[in-house]
Each structure stands twice: as C-alpha cells, then as structure tokens.
Design a protein around this ligand. Structure first.
Ligand code: M6R
Length: 608
C-alpha cells in the first residue's frame, strides 16, 4: 500500500524523507519518489523499484538536495503499471503532489481536463488530481484543496507542495489516514505512524475531511468547512513492529479487518449509474462480454475458491457454462479451448507458476484471457489479454483473506455484466443486484461484532486433530475456503464436504465428539442442509452452525450457532468468509502457531 511522508524543518529533507519512507517499506511498494524545495524551485526525482534504486538514481544523477522541506512517496500500483512515470510525486507548473487511495471518478475528470487541453503523461488516477488542483489554484492553497475535494469521489490522502509557498506542506484526507506529527523545530505529515517514530512520538490524527498546513514551527488544521481546529496531540505508544501492524498483533488480523475498505476500493469505482462498469480497465472493449459461449476459471488455493463461487454466480445469473479448475490440473489435461472460450485467471500475486502456465496455454490455444489480479505489473497482469485489478492493497500474511473477498466481489461484477450483455437480466434487475452487493460490503463490518464470540469457539478447538466442514451450493465452496484457512495456519487436519455427499462414505468418520462446522447460509437449501446436520448430530458430532441471524435454532442447536447478518442468499459468502477467517485466525493463535508465516508455505508460489 502506498506511503506518504512530508517534512519541513531544519534537517536535510532528502535524508528524513528516505529514512521515513524506508520505515514504510513493509507495506509493499513498487516505485518511489521525492520532491524537495531547493530555494524557490521544487526538484523531483522518482524511480521504479526499491528505495535503493531511488538512492542510486540520486547518486548517478549527482543530485545535491540541500532543501529542508519536501514530500516523498512509496507507490503500490493500482491505476497504471509500476514505472518511473507512474510513480509519485506528480508535478505541474504550480505544485507537486503525492496521493494514497483511489479516485473513483478520475476517468470522467481526466476526460474533461484533456478536452480543455491538459496533457497527461501517466495512467494514474493521481495525475488527474494534480492537474485539477493546478487548475483550481489561484494563490490560496487551502481554498484550492477544499475545492478539489468537492470534485473527487473515492478515498484519498494527499500531501502537496505549492511552488509559491516554500517551506510549507499541505494535506487533506478522506477515507485514508493522514497524520501530522510535531517535532522540535520540525514537523511531519505522514500516512503511517512508523514513519515518525525515529523523530517524534507526538502526533495528531487528522479526521475525515480535515485539511492541514505544516511549517517548521506550526501545524494548522481546518475542517472541511474551513473552520480552524485545535490539534488533539496524542503520544504514540507502539514500538516499530507494533506500529507496522497498525496495533494488530498479526498482519493476518489487520488484513481481515481491512476487508470492508478493500471491497469498497475495488467495487465503488466500477459502478456507474448503478451498473457494473469497467471503464477504468480502459482496454476492455464494449462488445467484450457478448463474445463467449463458455468460460473457464483457473486459479490455485484461495483464489480457486473465489473462482468456484464465481462459477456458481455466473451460471446462475448469466446462464453461461463455466468450468472452474485448479491451475496445476488444467495445464496438463489438454483442456478444450477455443476462441469462444473466455479463460479467467484469478491470482492475488499475479506470479503463481501454475496459473501463469495456464494463462500461456490458454493464449496459445486461441482463447481470450482475462486476469483478475491484485498486484499491478505482475507477470500474469502483463501477459493476459485483459486485466481487472483488485484493489486490496498488499497482502502480507501468507493466508489470503482480503484478496479473496475482493476477488469474489469482482466475480459478482463479471456475472452481472455477462448477464446484462447476454440479455439474461434487465438493467433494473442488475441495479438491484448491485444494490445488494453494496449492502453486503457494508454488512461485512457487522461480522466484526461477532469476533469475541468466534474467539470462544476457537478456544474450544485448541486440542483438535480433525474437523469437518459441510455446506451446499455456495456454502460448499465457502466450506472449502474455511477448511483451507484453518488447516494452513492452525495445522488442524480439516476436510470440506458437500453436505449431501457425506453419507456416501465419509459419514463413517463421524463418531461421538467429532467436530463439524456446518454452513447453512442459503435459505433455499436450509432444510436440506439441516437434515445433513441432524444426521451427524445423531452420530454424536459436535456441531457449530453458521447461519443467518434470522434463523431460529431448534433446541439441539441452541448455543452452537454463529448468527451472521442476513443478506440475500447470493451475497452471504461475503459475511460468511470473514467469520471463517476469524475462526481460523483465533484457533491458530490459541495453538501458538506462527500465524503470518505458517510452516512450509510461501506467500507467492512461483514453482510448480
Ligand atoms: O497469489 P495467488 O492468489 O495466485 O496464490 C494462490 C494460492 O497460492 C494462495 O491463495 C494460497 O492458497 C494461500 N496461502 C491461501 O491462503
């Protein structure tokens, strides 16, 4: 995820900015850059790659930065591939600007600015904000920033230098953190606490919509109406490691809690007039979604489970046949592919060897390939014919959580888009599905209220050796994800079964005390799943049921249910998966496992 640092004071800004940016490296980034006031000029340098590459470029260009005020940025690409030109800061004749977040309506703003003669050099949403601010600026930085915000939709934190205001750093935030920190004859503007810890512990957390101006000896904060606020100075208590995890004990838990934001960032920019719109993927042509009579979804691990759910959604809504296959199987079975087949590759990292091989095979076979990828500029993103980026930000924990949710959300958009294109649903029905999707995204927040209840169930799993997950339909795919999550981080052996299949063999393993987690979130299948639950209870299973909070449990299930916020059946996976992730996480913590780096596993599997 991108990192922002702004500095003004008595030290050489280049040293402070590079040092502070390096303490944000853990967040993941693919390029970096700085802008520094040198006298009345602003000098900018940027580089693709690690901070060391930026340092080397500064040396090789024999740049001497002696200024004491500047801004810096580490970029984790979302709009536009990682490159020198897409790196921040973005500069104009009047200003230099860095940005965290996503500007959802940048396509429309960019088109208007281009029509008025503005020239764009990058593919980023950020450059749009830089040009728009340049246009609005007439000498009053705070006024221009306030106006800028009135045009922008989405989430953002900006740090800005104006050419005619040396020694001053300006900022604003909405939906992304921004922190002003108070040093001795120096002040800071950063996106994350770790960046300031070597210098000061006194900071002010800006509130939604706040604007800020820092000079070497002052911090001025205004609300969105322009009213001055008294800074509420707090003291950072965390050490560097705690600060990097945002106060969470593990990256996995932090990433579980980041899901509502990741979902909004991924979905909101792709809804226009209440309908799915892939305009930000400007390479996907209009007629694209009408071309295919078969779809193959290919992925590994958790991404494959998102694909399984995607298959269910596309078949149900668009009535197009879909296969969903594990990449390592797909690539060696001579799959039937032709140009009427759309092959969708799903991958968080965009580097998974088997998924990449499947992509190459699909292309060689004449199929069209569409990648759903989280890491911009990754090999899969580069080689696929078309790409839809998920905007989860970097996922650091090996266990995939937020990446799954955003992959799933994109599958809903694809399913609805295909249904519309194929005449399987009318715009009004599509709008109502999108409404449900947005409602589901907000409902994910409510699952966190269940965290302590889930923790108690997890505590009872500490000594377990084996466990079964059951589910039907979408719940079966979700059961597979719940099972994978639990086994990979807690090392408990788990199996996921289609609830109706158990009696064809596996039920022989159910003996008194066998733990079974049953997913029954689908009203349409509830009575069937409950029959299977009764079958295992009558053989002595210890059941835990995940169901809607509208369900009234019968006496034998009382006290054995996790009641999830009720949504339309189709959207229950969004809330169900978070409960399963929390269950896996707490179980692993109680078992004293290395949650973020489970044994034998790598975050990105680049070998067969
Ligand atoms: O980067 P990818 O999404 O292609 O990775 C696929 C799998 O390796 C990944 O989902 C893996 O299963 C995770 N450890 C699951 O939590």
């Amino acid at each position: 995820m991108c990192g922002i640092v702004g500095y003004t004071g008595h030290q050489k800004a280049v040293d402070v900015l590079l040092d502070a940016l390096s303490s944000l490296e853990y967040r993941g980034y693919d390029s970096s850059g700085i802008s520094i006031f040198e006298g009345t000029k602003i000098d900018t340098i940027k580089s693709l790659g690690r901070l060391d590459q930026l340092r080397e470029r500064i040396d090789s260009q024999k740049k001497v930065f002696s200024g004491t005020c500047g801004i810096g940025h580490t970029r984790w690409a979302t709009h536009g591939e990682p490159s020198d030109v897409n790196a921040h800061p973005h500069t104009t004749k009047k200003l230099s600007l860095v940005h965290n977040g996503i500007i959802e309506n940048y396509v429309q703003i960019r088109q208007k600015l281009q029509a008025d003669g503005y020239k764009f050099v990058s593919r980023t949403d950020t450059e749009t904000a830089a040009h728009l601010l340049d246009r609005l600026y007439t000498g009053d930085p705070m006024g221009a920033i306030r106006q800028l915000c009135s045009f922008l939709e989405g989430s953002y934190a900006f740090a800005v230098l104006f050419w005619d205001h040396p020694g001053e750093v300006y900022g604003v935030c909405k939906g992304c953190p921004l922190i002003a920190a108070k040093g001795k004859e120096e002040n800071f503007l950063v996106s994350d606490i770790p960046a300031i810890l070597p210098y000061t512990r006194d900071y002010v957390l800006l509130e939604e919509g706040d604007l800020v101006k820092i000079t070497a000896d002052s911090i001025l904060i205004q609300d969105s109406e322009g009213k001055e606020k008294i800074p509420n100075v707090q003291q950072a208590q965390w050490n560097m490691e705690q600060a990097q995890k945002g106060g969470y004990p593990h990256f996995m838990l932090k990433e579980i809690y980041e899901q509502p934001k990741a979902l909004r960032d991924t979905i909101h920019p792709r809804i226009v007039d209440g309908l799915p719109d892939f305009a930000i993927e400007d390479s996907i042509p209009d007629g694209f979604w009408r071309q295919f009579d078969r779809i193959s979804i290919v992925a590994c691990g958790t991404a494959w489970h998102a694909g399984m759910l995607g298959k269910g959604l596309i078949e149900r809504l668009a009535r197009i046949p879909v296969e969903c296959e594990i990449a390592s199987e797909f690539r060696y079975r001579s799959p039937l592919l032709d140009r009427r087949t759309l092959v969708i590759l799903i991958s968080q990292s965009g580097e998974t060897a088997d998924t990449l091989a499947a992509l190459r095979l699909a292309r060689e076979s004449g199929s069209t390939t569409l990648a759903v990828v989280n890491v911009t500029g990754s090999t899969i993103a580069r080689e696929a014919d078309y790409v839809i980026h998920t905007f989860a930000g970097p996922e650091i924990a090996v266990a995939s959580t937020k990446a799954f949710s955003v992959q799933l959300a994109v599958m809903y958009l694809i399913a609805i888009k295909l249904a519309l294109a194929g005449g399987r649903c009318q715009p009004d029905e599509a709008r109502s599905l999108i409404h449900n999707l947005l409602e589901a995204i907000e409902a994910t927040l409510k699952v966190f209220d269940l965290d302590s209840a889930i923790q108690k169930y997890a505590q009872s799993y500490v000594e377990l050796k084996d466990l079964f997950f059951l589910g039907r339909g979408l719940d079966y795919s979700l059961a597979m994800e719940g099972s994978l999550k639990l086994k990979e981080i807690s090392y408990i052996h788990c199996e996921a079964y289609a609830a109706g299949e158990l009696k064809h063999g596996t039920i022989s393993l159910i003996t008194p005390g066998t733990p079974v987690i049953a997913l029954a979130t689908q009203d349409a299948l509830l009575s069937k799943t409950l029959s299977n639950v009764r079958e295992v209870i009558s053989r002595g299973a210890e059941i835990l049921l995940l169901c809607k909070d509208t369900f009234t449990p019968e006496s034998e299930l009382a006290g054995k249910c996790i009641l999830l916020p009720a949504l339309d059946d189709l959207f229950m996976p969004f809330v169900g998966v978070i409960a399963l992730q929390l269950l896996a996480y707490h179980t692993a913590v109680f078992r004293d496992c290395d949650v973020d780096k489970p044994r034998n596993l790598a975050k990105s599997v680049t070998v067969e």
